[in-house]
Design a protein around this ligand. Sequence first.
Ligand code: DX5
Ligand code: ZN
Length: 233
Amino acid sequence: MSAAPMIAPSILSADFANLAAESAAVGPGRVAGDRGADWLHVDVMDAHFVPNLTLGLPVVQSLLKATDIPLDCHLMIEDPGTWAPPYAEAGAYNVTFHAEASDDPSAVARDIRAAGAKAGLSIKPNTPLEPYLDILRDFDTLLVMSVEPGFGGQSFISGVLEKVRTIRKIVDSGALNLVVEIDGGINADTIEQAAEAGVDCFVAGSAVYGAADPAQALAGLRAQAASARTHAH
Ligand code: DX5
Ligand code: ZN
């Protein structure tokens, strides 16, 4: 498990007309003793894989010029084999797509890595982990969804933590080298159970950008996760 819990604020809950300022609001140097956002989580939705539409490559390209925070692009889209590699070419740090959307996730991961980014695989709450265990060696991140993808502000589904516990054990055994990330419904009431289950990186949208002081909210979430993890291990 990485040294300190990572926090990835989701700009889905930010002001889309002010993304440069919204990314700066969670950057380093805002809260004493906290390093700020580790990754900026960018939710790309195509109105086909999920029933919602957000933003795409042109916005990501602009955002890359506006912030130094590594971009964690979460592609909730069909045909990631075609559409995912360009995010890597543009300079995203991590490009994650959905297992449910691809017939050959390893091939997509290879293309993402060849284009210079980390590759992430995401699974929806009802998607089992087991069928993907063999291909996870081709990935750098596993993104476990703890809400149905599509919208911010939904309630955390704690049943997915069983998948987190399983992958945590495998990673800790040294069999896989993965960042275990969770996305959906993470807030002050839920982050501790996710941390105890073994999450490395926590996406938080409404809990960060819905707060009066996003950087302070982020720091508070990290402190809770760190303390819950200490008690769990
Ligand atoms: C939902 C997105 C999430 C969303 C999380 O489909 O993948 O990243 O922004 O929002 P909260 O933290 O409000 O559940
Ligand atoms: Zn997301």
